[in-house]
Ligand binder design. Sequence first.
Ligand code: ADP
Length: 476
Amino acid sequence: MRLLKDKAIINGEWVSAKSKATFDIRNPRNGEKIGAVPHMDATDTELAITAAYEAFQTWQDVTGDQRSALLKKWAEVVQANGEELCEILSAETGKSSGDAQMELTYLISGIEYFAEEAKRIQGEIVSSPVPGKKLLVERQPLGVVGLITPWNFPMMLGGKKIVTALAAGCTCVVKPPEDAPLSTLSIVQLAHDAGIPKGVINVVTCDRPNASEIGKALCESRLIAGMSFTGSTAVGKILYQQCGPHIKRISLELGGNSPYLVFDSANVDLAVQLAMVSKFIHCGQACIAANRFLVQEKVYEEFVSKLTEAIKTIKAGENLGPLMNANQFKRVCGFVEDARSKGAKIILGGQPAKNVGELFYQPTLITGVTTKMQVYTDEIFGPVAAIVKFKTEEEGVEMANDTEKGLGAYFFSQDVSQIFRVSKRIQSGCVWVNDTIFVPDAAPFGGIKESGIGKEGSHRGIDEFTYTKFICIGSL
Ligand code: ADP
């Protein structure tokens, strides 16, 4: 496959690590090796930062319309190579071809959207309170940015960070996830094919042991003007701290603990149907996957029995993929055991799936969940639906907010005043009412509390990569 790379990319050149070290990438479906890429470190990262900094000296003078044209070309080339990209993405993540295709579709629409936004980065002329002065507000790109991305939607999330940074006029150094770096390398090759100049996008790859030194090199470099990270809250906190002493801009898209509230007034069939998407998307490995099902008394039995029937239609290895790696797998097993030991009732599943592959877990439904169980307090990131009963609207909302996280929330209600009341009181950056995961490019996506700061998507996503400069021209 032409797009399956075994090198990282610095200043438009495919390069090995200075140390020559590499690490293997394996398919989580069957453990097969699909490639190997450089295991880089801080030394390689410095080279990438320098290349990005040099490229910025000319990229900053490329106009918004010129950037837009290049990014549109990138979208076209990605589209034309979609089949191969999906194969690479499926191999490194274990995604079905349908899920890979969906990720590709989102990526292409994201590139197209930000290609348009590149043309609309406007400033202002502010009226002067005194005569003889002209006051301008310009939006300028931050400069070189560091982008660290996760494995669950590696191609889409990586590609969207890159395109937003480039649309804003920044150049970048990308550190893709160790589990799934290949699709990022492929789309960056296509960006070069589309004519994006060398040095504008640099990619440094590494296995887990070097991730922290690369992260630190990026956060501490004087040439890096901003960081953008998607991943766990634990790593987000480290990066936030590392940026602190340098007063460096950082946007963080971190973990969630999405409540999925079903009120007595809900259309229960709809809530069940959409729960299957919110919960089981990519085997539950999405930061906005439904985490805690909070169901009101009167509809509780109906919801649980209908959801149980619906979950029986999914089978690990058929329409449910694997967990990403051994850590994820252990985590899910541990969470279910924790719930079991604290008295929860396992209605379905509750075990690794047999005879499919080492990383497959049975679709699971648990009732009798309490606020002390890990499936309630932590992000599950697996195919486990944990259900809690509540009595009043107030209690339901209180439970929904009973977490340090605040990324996504879902609720089902057919009572108009309840819809407005609850939407207002839910503490999260995104709320879906009578709906499931839907994040169009125009939506400002991001969390509150320990789920992060800053937004991705929409013109607000561009704001993360620009600053406003006030220019006062006097003595006129
Ligand atoms: P997950 O637990 O889902 O793998 P992580 O937050 O651990 O999420 O990983 C997301 C990204 O952050 C990956 O690219 C990973 O290599 C990177 N990463 C992990 N630890 C660090 C660190 N200390 N500093 C910078 N990046 C890191």
